[in-house]
Design a protein around this ligand. Structure first.
Ligand code: APR
Ligand code: ZN
Length: 240
């Protein structure tokens, strides 16, 4: 969304002001800055300019949650400014959410073995490869190197109808840079490294020593739920 100012992006996702809504939301607080919506934004960073007192509160169009307009703009500026906005209260996504996954490769193929718990089908193996590099402006420490441990990372899905659906959605997630992120590994504590984002993968084939293997009857439904939380659902996938 080049050419749109952060404020214009945010305004696109707000409800048009109605008579009802123009009554001041006296009793509510803005959960971004924790100050009353009836008063000014508690955001103290660089000004967003030109937001008048009368327009200082915005109501998101789908979920209806309300924030100081200035707080929404500040939140947008703190993210990767991809033209999308996510409600911090209910996580509703406006626009298409993208992440900050570094450049790399995603490949997959079918292998002629069955996963524990999926005796009736073969297996899809996904191979992710991301080399180390230098962090961009969308990463925690721009200009600083990041490491990439344990690549290529191999992941497994049953080659069933549902497994293939998950694969299809993971390909969309990959294109939107949502499978990995750069940050601190919760397993190793290493900073400035490539880490899994919020979509769980099974990285063990024949065992489950790490808890990231099979059998796990709830796994595919969990992944579908996690993908949905990133704004990726079956319906969108058909359009993609
Ligand atoms: N396989 C799959 N998912 C994992 C693994 C793993 N081996 N280890 C952690 N996760 C999940 C965690 O449950 C968490 O939800 O990834 C999320 C982020 O965890 P981090 O430890 O921050 O991620 P990362 O450092 O990328 O993973 C550590 O995963 O694939 C391996 O080689 C990699 O050993 C490394 C481990
Ligand atoms: Zn606020």
């Amino acid at each position: 969304r080049k050419g749109r100012t952060p404020e214009e992006v945010v305004r696109r996702y707000l409800q048009k002001r109605s008579l009802l809504f123009s009554l001041p939301p006296v009793l509510q607080d803005c959960t971004i800055c924790m100050e009353a919506l009836a008063g000014p934004s508690g955001y103290k960073g660089p000004g967003v300019g030109g937001i008048s007192r009368a327009e200082s509160v915005g109501r998101l169009s789908q979920c209806g949650h309300q924030y100081h307009l200035q707080c929404l703009v500040a939140m947008y500026n703190n993210g990767n400014k991809d033209g999308s906005l996510q409600c911090p209260t209910c996580k509703t996504i406006y626009g298409v959410k993208t992440g900050n996954q570094p450049p790399g490769k995603m490949e997959y193929h079918v292998i002629p073995h069955s996963l524990p718990g999926h005796p009736d089908c073969k297996t899809i193996r996904i191979i992710y490869n991301i080399p180390p590099g230098i962090q961009g402006p969308e990463h925690p420490n721009p200009g600083k190197p990041f490491t990439a441990r344990g690549f290529p990372r191999h992941c497994y899905l049953p080659d069933s109808e549902k497994g293939r659906l998950v694969l299809k959605l993971l390909l969309v997630a990959w294109d939107r840079r949502l499978i990995f992120s750069v940050g601190t590994s919760s397993t190793t504590g290493e900073t400035d490294t490539v880490i899994w984002n919020e979509v769980h993968h099974k990285t063990e084939f024949g065992s489950n020593l790490t808890g990231h293997g099979y059998p796990d009857s709830g796994h595919l439904d969990n992944v579908l739920e996690e993908l949905r939380a990133q704004g990726i659902a079956e319906e969108d996938c058909l359009r993609d």
